[in-house]
Design a protein around this ligand. Sequence first.
Ligand code: DP6
Length: 402
Amino acid sequence: MLEDRTEQPHIVTCTAPVNIAVIKYWGKRNEDLILPINSSLSVTLHQDQLKTTTTVATSRSFQEDRIWLNGKEEDITHPRLQSCLREIRRLARKRRNDGDSGVDSASLSHKVHICSVNNFPTAAGLASSAAGFACLVYSLARVFGVEGELSGIARQGSGSACRSMYGGFVQWIMGNKEDGKDSLAQQVEPETHWPELRILVLVASTERKPVGSTSGMQTSVKTSCLLKHRAESVVPGRMVEMTEAIRKKDFTAFAELTMKDSNQFHATCLDTYPPIFYLNHVSQQIISLVHRYNKHCGETRVAYTFDAGPNAVIFTSQQHVPEFVHVVQHFFPPETNGADFIKGLPVNCASLSEELKQGIGLEPMPKGINYIISTKAGPGPHVVEDPTQHLLSSDGFPKKMM
Ligand code: DP6
């Protein structure tokens, strides 16, 4: 029995979500362990719209660890990949030595093959490293039979990845230990907590690749005094207020904190020397549109947040989605007739009054937004039970995709 098991690759496939921070992580106190200088909080996006799928296989016959990302073999010696692999194997060994029967002892000495794909185009500029590393760590843990706290390992792949290890509303507590053992993600509320909350990803048309988060935050830590002030005097209070706003489902408080924190993150980027610009003229127009729309409505119905790129992520309530989507479509007329403009959760039709259009009073900006992905909060990583979904075939090599 055992002989057969070790000859055949042991294959596991998992999926993991993207998350969007509403209190931003920006700056590390330890580059190697990826320890942040402030806590952060995010919403996990639903995997029906955005996810990474990863298959991991172990076999006695594999010669070396290998990885294929979106159809192309990549360098497995990348230090962050190595950190995740090393930490999972270390944890598995420790558990086996502690007598945990779930750990697959045979696999421990075997090499792994890893194959990973996103269900969204990398060119869309959506942060894929969080979902990617969360999925890698979750899948490796499953293949080696390791359970329990894994966010501390995902964090060592990419900081924001630790928050993708849970569904719903998730905080990453910065911790203060030197070894990072207390720098972990924790669920604040599950994805079922706020069912009317909706998320719209406005994918901006862009030609240039912006400065990456890793190097951007390094320069900010070295040069921005706003970053220091933010970490010490602003974020601690905002974490408490944000958790409370989410707990009470207080959209106004949630929205205002989200927008202010996004703005302060981008102000920190501008305070970096030389400055970093992630927002472009389309992003600025979206910011104006949101504020004008809220003002016209006489209440805060919509909030924006932007990460290290020009795409806007919009939070709103289900009841306001049709009107706001049509407002976006009016002020950013798409190239085509709009058939493919809205992806994801279906959006009902709405008509816009002249009064609303005039009340907003912006000049339309054609083709500024490529498309919108309509989604909501969703669950954390999970195992895919159906073996036909494996990305590696029974020989442990990537399946040929047609
Ligand atoms: C602006 O997690 O991508 O999206 O830890 O260096 O991999 P590394 O950085 P990363 O940074 C994310 C920055 C952000 C804000 C956030 O997600 O909190």
